[in-house]
Every structure is written in C-alpha cells, then in structure tokens.
Design a protein. Structure first.
Length: 401
C-alpha cells in the first residue's frame, strides 16, 4: 500500500452564516474558487497533475448543487485534467473527502488529490433541506428521529452533564480560540476572501466572542425546549426509557455557530511530492467511520476513534493531540469521558462553539488546525474526529512527516 502524505492545507475564514455576514455576498463556488487558487499559488502547483478534487458538501442544492468541486476547479483556472466530485457524510463530509483522497492515493489509483469541503450556510440555509430521515413520517417513526439539538440534550440527560458543565466548556472554547487568533496560530492557513474588486471581505474568523463568561451564558435560554414540547422529547424518552426527563441545557452559546466556509487539503504520494518540490507535512496513518444509534445520534466519535486505533494497531496513549468538532459542548465532554483524556489534550485552540461549523468544510478545517498545532508544539501523532447526523462518527490519524 502506498503512503498518503499531506503537503499543505488552507481554509477560508469562517464568516457569520446570515445575511449580514461578511461572506454572504460571495457565492459558494467563488468561496471555494479562492481557496483552491490559494492552494495552487502558494505551492506553485502544476494542476494538470491533480487527479481529483473531492469536496464534502452537505446541502447539495441551489448554488451548491451540481458538483461545485469540479465547477470551482474550472473557475479557479485548474487544468481540465483535474477531475472533481462531491460527497456527503453530513458534518464529517470534509474529513471524509480527505479520507477519500487518501484512499485513492493509498490504492495507487491516484498520485495527487485535493480533499476538503464547502458550505455557504448564509446562502443555502439548513432549514431549506429535506430528506426522508427527517420529513418522511414512516422513515422518521421507524428510526425514532429527533433533531440534533434534542439528541445533544438527550446525551446530557442520560450521562448527567449539567448546564454548568456545558457552559463552562463553551467559555473555555471561546478563551482558547481568542488566544489562538491573537497569537496568529491560524494566520498561515487562512485565505483572505475578496470581493469582485479585489478588496478583502474577511481575513479572520468572524464569530469569536472574546471575553465570554459563564455569567453571560447563564442568561441565555435553552434553545430546544419548544422543539422538545412538540413531541420530540417523548420520542427520545420512548427510545431511551431510562431517561425520565430531557434536561435542556444547550443554547446558542454552547452550540456550534452557523457560518460560511471552505477548506482544501493537498494529499499525494511521496514521489509526486519530490517531483513537484512539495514538502510533506504529515502522513495519513489511517481512517475509519462507524454507525451508532441514530436517535442519540452524536455519540459516534469515541467508537470511530477506537475503530481506527484498533485498525492501526494503536491505543489512545499513542496520540499526542486530539481534535473533535464542537457541534455541541456535550459531544466533547462525553468523548473526553469515554476516551479517558484530559481537556488539555483536545481542542487546544478552541473549536466550533467559538469559531463556527461550516458543515461540509469543517472536517478539512479541523484536520488543518490539528496539523498546525502538532507542528507548533513539535508533537508527532494526532487524531481528528467528528460526530455526524443520523448516528455516525468519522476519525483520522495523522503523524508528522
């Protein structure tokens, strides 16, 4: 099997995913175009050597439909030989795209690929997306479907995490993200996004709330109470009768922020890197996805991490640094408990609670954050994770090259 190396990664800043967000005027294809242009230019890539551009896109409709991976590659002036495809594993789509790129390289079927993702949540909102799992009564009934916010509160209720627990975690995420931003930890990876005149629209993550306190968050009302009262609490308790009552603890301040963003990760063989003058930054050791119970939905990270560790003949003690997407605070709290790891070893520069979760793009972003921090701390091995709608988890292990 051929080794797959990561040569570089770039991402857009995360822009507020609303009509007044700084990236709202940028179309999804243009957002990804600028990220692909930056990856090409800073590595002086001969794009005719790119075998595939693989992008995770969750909301495949409207402006994000019809394979924006290929469209953005054409728009960025890539050689016509660079093919493109999109895939969807919900919140882990960006990481799954990188894993897919690595799989093509490891199998010997590709030499050089780009994996990553795209989501313009201000232009293609979540509430415009259907799907049988949520809207077909027969399917939803059989799967005990509840929205993710109810799933997050179900985890808190089942495993005993309090409002104080999730708020304290959220405050720490803001503190870490603010510190990382101020120290310039993200600067080398962020591509400033420009308008049609070439003026910079955004060059930093827009949603970090520096100085957030537990007292600030305590003033916010839980976001999913009414949703639960519509009947979803009853569905969750029917599936988990040991939970007598759903304790609603999540709100806008301890859940991931809705944002726009795009990411790209350059993956290839050592040989093509030598030929093109690319220096490997990390090697992809292994990756795995797994399914978990779909009502509680967000418990997939630990099982997928354990799966990839076993496949690679490793244990969690072989991992120097962890990165897990902060879809909701309770996701990371449960993961730390199940994996028996300390908070000082995971999400050391904050996460989506502070910076945002641009669904399809997030996997490439958090992988890049992990690699940057491994280099900064001179650590060897890292593991990146995402929880996923419908009850899944995806994990990837990387080591310094």
């Amino acid at each position: 099997m051929t080794d797959a190396y990561i040569f570089d990664h770039v991402r857009s800043p995360r822009g507020k995913g609303k009509s007044d967000g700084s990236l709202h005027q940028v179309t999804p294809v243009e957002l990804l175009t600028q990220v692909l242009e930056s990856l090409r230019d800073r590595n002086e890539l001969d794009t005719s050597r790119i075998d595939d551009v693989i992008m995770g896109v969750v909301h495949n409709q409207g402006e994000q439909a019809s394979n924006p991976a290929r469209t953005a590659a054409i728009n960025a002036g890539y050689a016509e030989e660079a093919a493109g495809k999109q895939l969807n594993r919900f919140c882990a789509s960006g990481l799954e795209a990188v894993n897919s790129a690595a799989a093509q390289v490891m199998s010997g079927m590709s030499d050089l690929c780009i994996g990553g993702g795209l989501e313009s949540m201000s232009r293609v909102p979540m509430d415009t997306v259907g799907g049988a799992l949520a809207v077909d009564p027969q399917v939803a009934y059989g799967g005990y479907f509840v929205p993710q916010g109810i799933s997050a509160d179900l985890i808190a209720s089942k495993y005993g995490f309090t409002r104080e627990d999730v708020d304290a975690f959220a405050v720490e995420s803001q503190k870490r993200a603010s510190h990382a931003r101020d120290e310039g930890y993200f600067d080398n990876s962020i591509v400033p996004i420009k308008d049609n005149l070439g003026d910079i629209l955004l060059d930093h993550d827009e949603c970090i709330r520096t100085g957030t306190t537990v007292e600030d968050l305590a003033k916010l009302k839980p976001s999913f109470v009414q949703m639960g009262e519509f009947g979803f609490n009853s569905v969750a308790i029917q599936r988990y009768p040991e939970v007598e009552k759903i304790n609603h603890v999540h709100h806008a301040g301890n859940s991931s922020v809705i944002v726009d963003g795009a990411s790209a990760v350059l993956v290839g063989t050592k040989e093509v890197g030598e030929e093109l003058g690319l220096t490997p930054r990390a090697k992809i050791v292994g990756f795995a996805s797994t399914g978990t119970e779909p009502t509680i939905m967000l418990t997939g990270p630990a099982p997928s991490a354990e799966k990839v560790l076993k496949r690679c003949g490793m244990s969690k003690d072989n991992i120097d640094l962890f990165e897990l997407n902060e879809a909701f605070a309770v996701v990371v709290l449960l993961y730390m408990q199940q994996m028996d790891i300390d908070h000082e070893q995971i999400n050391v520069n904050g996460g989506a609670i502070a910076m945002g979760h641009p669904l399809g793009a997030t996997g490439g972003m958090v992988l890049g954050t992990l690699i940057d921090e491994m280099e900064r701390r001179d650590l060897n091995t890292g593991l990146v994770n995402l929880c996923i709608g419908g009850g899944m988890g995806t994990s990837t292990i990387v080591e310094r090259a």
